[in-house]
Design a protein around this ligand. Structure first.
Ligand code: GLU
Length: 500
């Protein structure tokens, strides 16, 4: 296996499937394919509170949609499994013990109170760096440490970082990166509940799974000294590290959902073609030739050279992606285009869901098109009547806008199982927590997501529309409400001064 290229992506299933995951997957996939190697999918679900099976499922689906298939993974198995970190706890514990035995790691018994007091002290003393652990328990003699552990005293296992000198690690794109060891914390490797942290699990798995090239986003560079230390402490060779440039908003900040849609589900639901999205993502780090932007996945793989990834700081420009998508649509023949529509927006599966909701409400078949139109368009326009109904009872447009945004950001956005019962539960809990009467808030939500006041049952409707469309429309409705305020139109229900 010595020369075999093995790459991986290691997403954490903690939210909607992220466009950054597709970007990193694409470069890992291409490098493995280019070299006749293997591409592995590993699920890093060590954060037990935030990890969610629905999120994992969506990652699989989104990558399948893009056509980035993996050779080994939790669903397809492979020789180095299991590929889900929650099923590998024993392996991490055993590895941590090895480091304790050789003195590269040590048990730390510090209480939460002590750590908090330490942080407070550092803050007061304005220690510019090293806002981290002070190494207190490094002084505990190993035999005493063993005894206290055996007696069941709560503890974590920490990495003993060298206290002087530099850690030097090379990155394929950036050359030698140097880290001052005094600035690197004694990282927790095993938490007090016995579960590993990202750092330990990630390094142990990359080694045991034979990963030759760790290709990941730039944001992980700060973890490199810890990772390099771990490899050295275990006596393992380092893989090739290659940190890809971050995806950026047009203002150059790290891509974020306030400025760009980041969920892959959005791109799918909004009608982007997978090949257009892949081409666009490849452009973020790869220039195939001067003056050439369009290329297929096969062309990318054939020409790709990992060491020549461009670090120029490209931007994720949605307008450009849309323009490119149009070009890809025009490349399809009409029958192919029909196939694409039938694969998604006009699939039997989707039509059946919509028909189930329209069934009771139409008298002639052709009424279906008009009645159900909001299930098929991307953006809604709110006519005067809808705008009136968009304003919550006894509220101003501004107050309603705020309520819709907060419902989205503080509540619905976190919901991963997008099913009627869960949507209902979440929205009711939100009303309960904020003092809204459900009927007062649900009407504006209904109008926001459908453009109408009379619709099929709200939660079923939202479930069929999907989270992405609902999210987009709630934002759009909030914008519309704000514009109404600017026009001096208080809406149907009241004046500016009234409070909910
Ligand atoms: N679990 C990390 C993530 O969510 C993996 C980072 C890495 O590739 O090392 O992105």
């Amino acid at each position: 296996m010595a020369d075999m290229v093995r790459t991986r992506i290691a997403p954490s299933p903690t939210g909607d499937p992220h466009v950054g995951t597709a970007y990193v997957a694409l470069f890992n996939y291409a490098w493995a394919r280019k070299n006749g190697g293997q591409f592995i999918l590993r699920i890093e679900d060590t954060d037990r509170e935030r990890s969610n099976p629905a999120s994992e499922r969506m990652i699989f689906e989104a990558l399948h949609w893009l056509g980035l298939s993996w050779d080994e993974g939790p669903d397809v198995g492979g020789p180095f499994g299991p590929y889900r970190q929650s099923e590998r706890s024993e392996i991490y514990r055993e590895h941590a013990e090895r480091l304790v035995a050789t003195g590269s790691a040590y048990p730390c018994f510090c209480t939460k109170e002590r750590l908090e007091a330490l942080r407070e002290e550092q803050r007061r003393a304005k220690v510019a760096h090293a806002l981290g652990y002070d190494g207190h328990c490094r002084a505990v003699p190993p035999a005493e440490g063993q005894r206290r552990r055996a007696a069941g005293e709560p503890h974590v296992i920490r990495l003993a970082m060298p206290r002087e000198g530099e850690t030097v690690v090379s990155d394929l794109l950036r050359g030698e990166l140097r880290f001052d060891n005094t600035l690197v914390d004694d990282q927790v490797l095993i938490k007090s509940d016995g579960y590993p942290t990202y750092h330990l699990a990630n390094v142990v798995d990359d080694h045991l799974m034979g990963i030759t090239h760790v290709i990941r986003a730039e944001e992980w560079i700060s973890s490199l000294p810890k990772h390099a230390m771990l490899y050295r402490a275990f006596g393992w060779d380092l893989p090739v590290f290659c940190h890809l440039p971050l995806l950026r908003n047009t203002d150059k900040s790290k891509i974020s959902k306030r400025k760009n849609p980041v969920s892959l589900n959005y791109y799918r639901r909004a009608g982007y073609l997978p090949e257009a999205l892949l081409n666009f993502l490849a452009l973020q780090g790869w220039a195939i030739a001067e003056d050439r932007e369009e290329f297929t996945l096969d062309e990318f793989i054939a020409t790709f050279e990992l060491s020549k990834v461009t670090l120029g700081g490209p931007v994720f420009d949605l307008e450009k992606l849309t323009w490119m998508n149009g070009k890809y649509i025009r490349k399809l023949t009409v029958p192919q285009l029909l196939d694409r529509l039938r694969g998604d927006l006009l699939s039997d599966e989707y039509l059946l869901k919509v028909l189930t909701l329209a069934h009771e409400r139409i008298e002639r078949l052709e009424e279906f098109v008009e009645y159900a139109s909001f299930f098929f368009v991307g953006e809604l326009e709110y006519d005067a009547e809808a705008r009136g109904k968009l304003v919550a009872k006894k509220c101003t447009p501004e107050q309603t806008a705020l309520a819709l945004e907060r419902l989205l950001e503080e509540s619905l956005d976190q919901l991963l199982e997008w099913e009627p019962a869960r949507i209902e539960e979440t929205m009711r809990a939100y009303c309960e927590a904020t003092g809204w009467k459900t009927s007062d808030l649900f009407m504006p939500v209904r109008v926001a997501v459908t453009g109408k006041a009379a619709t099929p049952p709200l939660f079923e409707t939202m479930a069929v529309l999907g989270k992405e469309i609902c999210r987009r429309r709630l934002r759009r409705a909030a914008e519309t409400l704000r514009a109404m305020k600017a026009e001096g139109n208080p809406g149907a229900h009241g004046g500016e001064d009234e409070k909910p």
